[in-house]
Write a protein that binds this ligand. Structure first.
Ligand SMILES: Nc1ncnc2c1ncn2[C@@H]1O[C@H](COP(=O)(O)OP(=O)(O)O)[C@@H](O)[C@H]1O
Ligand SMILES: [Mg+2]
Length: 251
């Protein structure tokens, strides 16, 4: 049996907004197994990022359990334990790359290893190697901000992979990219998943469901559908939505 990386069981989340308590997540359960490429999709505002943040130990649920590598993230241990798990076991890619501006591409990519105290020689070797895998070794000595958005996302992925985490998490990684650069970065995620990396990605773009081994549809704080790769219902969904840009405009 495949190892379970992440397990959410009947998770709820409420936020207090002024005098009101608003329930944003209304009982979400799903699992991520080793080797999965899970795409969590649904309209803007349905709660995808909130689910990711709870999964990463960044936001305690109001009710329900989140297990990461078998450990209940919020039942025992505090912020420090959760931060340690993130540092060790998770690689993150966001819509907007976040760079240490005084460092070049190579130094940014090996920054997570700098925090671990690895030798300069080790760090450089690993960073060059991973930059080659994302096709960005020629930019190693440039400032990240000199590069295009698509190139910066490749470098973000390299930085996420360098610690060999158990899970790669990406929240709308194509959000700032044109469709060509979007497909390029998605193909890279797919390549790494084919090599055994476990990925959870959030998107509101149905075009990208084709890369997933499993797609989870969220709507208004609930999981309303879960589909295996090549489920014909997925194809129908992405075709019927094509040309409808209202979802994209809401981001
Ligand atoms: N920290 C917060 N405080 C209050 N409301 C929040 C907070 N985070 C998210 N929300 C609300 O929860 C809903 C879901 O947000 P989010 O998880 O970011 O959705 P998605 O990622 O699917 O676009 C939105 O209505 C948002 O305004
Ligand atoms: Mg979001």
């Amino acid at each position: 049996m495949a190892e379970t990386i992440l397990e959410l069981t009947d998770v709820f989340k409420s936020f207090v907004l002024g005098a009101e308590t608003v329930e944003i997540i209304k009982g979400v359960s799903f699992q991520v197994q080793k080797g999965d490429f899970v795409v969590l999709f649904g309209p803007s505002g349905c709660g995808k990022s909130t689910v990711l943040n709870m999964s990463l130990g960044l936001e305690p649920p109001s009710k329900g359990a989140v297990k990461f590598l078998g450990k209940d993230l919020y039942a025992s241990g505090g912020e420090d334990d959760r931060a340690q798990i993130r540092k060790k076991e998770v690689g993150m890619v966001y819509q907007q790359s976040n760079w240490v501006k005084s460092l070049n591409v190579l130094e940014n990519v090996y920054f997570p290893l700098t925090l671990r105290g690895e030798s300069l020689e080790e760090r450089e070797k690993k960073a060059i190697n991973i930059l080659k895998l994302v096709g960005m070794e020629q930019g190693a000595y440039q400032a990240p901000t000199e590069l295009s958005s698509g190139q910066q996302q490749r470098i973000s992925l390299a930085r996420a992979l360098i610690t060999e985490p158990a899970l790669i998490v990406a929240d709308e990684p194509t959000g700032n990219l044109d469709s060509k650069a979007g497909e390029d970065i998605m193909s890279l995620f797919k390549e790494f998943n084919d090599q055994g990396k476990t990925v959870v990605m959030v998107t509101h773009d149905l075009e990208y469901l084709k890369y997933a081994t499993r797609s989870i549809n969220m709507s208004d704080g609930l999981v309303v559908g879960e589909y295996k790769k090549d489920d014909p219902r997925l194809k129908k969904m992405s075709v019927s939505k094509r040309g409808n840009i209202s979802d994209k405009l809401k981001v």
